[in-house]
Design a protein around this ligand. Structure first.
Ligand SMILES: Cc1cc2nc3c(=O)[nH]c(=O)nc-3n(C[C@H](O)[C@H](O)[C@H](O)COP(=O)(O)OP(=O)(O)OC[C@H]3O[C@@H](n4cnc5c(N)ncnc54)[C@H](O)[C@@H]3O)c2cc1C
Length: 386
């Protein structure tokens, strides 16, 4: 696979990095301490044209390719933006916006994408339920067609942007007998009758993103708000958007790891013990070397998925390999960074402490590491015929 990154992508990455370094990074510590969504960050992301990156220009986007989108999301985190902001951005752009763009009708795209791209509306994605996470097809939220609308009943759990979102791409069962081939997608807007959201859940990390339950109590959704064909929600999401999720959505982890490695290099050269910088100790050098190796491998894995997506190739196996490796690496890198910083690594004001809390979500959200291994093994067993 040719992974020569075009020169214009490097320029784009540099300008996004510079923007995030100047605007978002200086607010990271304070915003994390306040544990509030940063509307200032949101306006700045919108102003930079980052909230609708891959959408076509006629819907307010920038026509960015999967690789360009991946690189932009990596660069924002590399500059030191907080994890909650990149998580909120990913849920809005990749989990809500990309399905509407790829699966939606012309009328849905015209109605929703410009609002998402400008940041006027915030998007979210409702799959997980209180009783079904990894076994997503075991969901209980039902959608029943009545005349010109669907009536939704049930709830969704842990939904990023729940408390502040204006629209949600929501999964519901439309034919109980058909298992995962009886599930449909709906665009649910804030304010639709019977729709409400729970309180913002307090979290270990990613504190500047908001998370809540969504409730559907005889919620009335106009029939034209079905996204894609009835009963094909699961299949269409799997086919159209999974690779976006597993390259772009995890790109901030790669940028974040790079940011943290740079902090570790700086700190280990400055911090002296036994009369010399701790960078002189082989034990510290090995940690830095391991971090660099994991970061480079992670970057190549997400770029591979993005490049395959650019050529319209399916990358189910490669996407799960990337999700598994990048997230497990991020957790290891974060842990080693805290170790290099010693006691200071445990104190709030150092970014390594925040990164450690933020990345812990990554091996759980969007399919746990155990689920990724199940997918990888199943793809391998399917593909190898003896
Ligand atoms: C902060 C945050 C934000 C989130 N944002 C969203 C969002 O925007 N939209 C959304 O839909 N969801 C969201 N989620 C939900 C997230 O995707 C789920 O938490 C995740 O899929 C795991 O589901 P679960 O929590 O129900 O764990 P469970 O599925 O109950 O898993 C518990 C444990 O059992 C293991 N396990 C389960 N099944 C198997 C198996 N067959 N073999 C081996 N091990 C297994 C899991 O790997 C895990 O270790 C978010 C979660 C959090 C915490």
């Amino acid at each position: 696979m040719n992974l020569n990154i075009p020169e214009e992508y490097r320029d784009f990455s540099n300008s996004v990095y510079k923007f995030a370094k100047e605007k978002l990074a200086p607010r990271a510590e304070e915003n994390d301490a306040k544990a509030e969504f940063s509307w200032e960050n949101w306006r700045d992301l919108a102003g930079m044209g980052l909230l609708g990156l891959p959408f076509p220009e006629k819907y307010g986007g920038s026509n960015a390719s999967p690789l360009a989108t991946t690189i932009a999301m990596e660069s924002v985190a590399h500059a030191g933006a907080d994890g909650g902001t990149t998580l909120a951005w990913g849920a809005h752009l990749i989990l809500a916006g990309v399905p509407i763009w790829l699966i939606g009708t012309e009328a849905q795209k015209e109605k929703y994408l410009p609002k998402l791209a400008s940041g006027e509306w915030i998007g979210g994605f409702g799959l997980t339920e209180p009783g079904s996470g990894s076994d997503a097809a075991g969901m209980r939220t039902l959608a029943e067609r009545r005349g010109d609308r669907y009536i939704l009943n049930g709830s969704k759990m842990f939904i990023t942007n729940g408390p502040i979102g204006d629209l949600f791409v929501v999964f519901a069962v439309t034919d109980k007998k058909k298992g995962n081939r009886g599930i449909s997608l709906f665009i649910v807007e804030k304010g639709m009758p019977g729709f409400s959201v729970g309180n913002n859940l307090k979290k270990m990390g990613n504190r500047t993103s908001t998370t809540s339950e969504l409730y559907f109590d005889n919620c009335e959704v106009p029939a034209e708000n079905i996204l894609g064909e009835e009963n094909s929600g699961f299949v269409q999401i799997g086919k159209e958007t999974m690779e976006w999720e597993r390259s772009c959505m995890i790109a901030p982890l790669v940028g974040g790891m790079q940011f943290i490695l740079e902090q570790c290099i700086k700190y280990s050269k400055e911090r002296k013990q036994f009369g010399q910088p701790i960078a002189n100790f082989q034990a510290i050098q090995h940690k830095l070397a391991d971090m660099k190796t994991m970061i480079d491998a992670s970057r190549l894995l997400i770029y591979r998925v993005a490049c395959m997506k650019e050529k319209a190739k399916r990358a189910m196996l490669e996407a799960s390999v990337a999700k598994l490796f990048v997230t497990e690496s991020a957790v290891k890198v974060a842990s080693e960074a805290v170790q290099i910083f010693g006691g200071y690594g445990y104190i709030h004001e150092y970014p390594v402490e925040r990164f450690y809390r933020d990345v812990r979500l990554s091996t759980i959200g969007a399919g746990t590491s155990e689920v990724q291994k199940m997918i990888i093994a199943s793809e391998l067993l399917k593909s190898m015929k003896f």
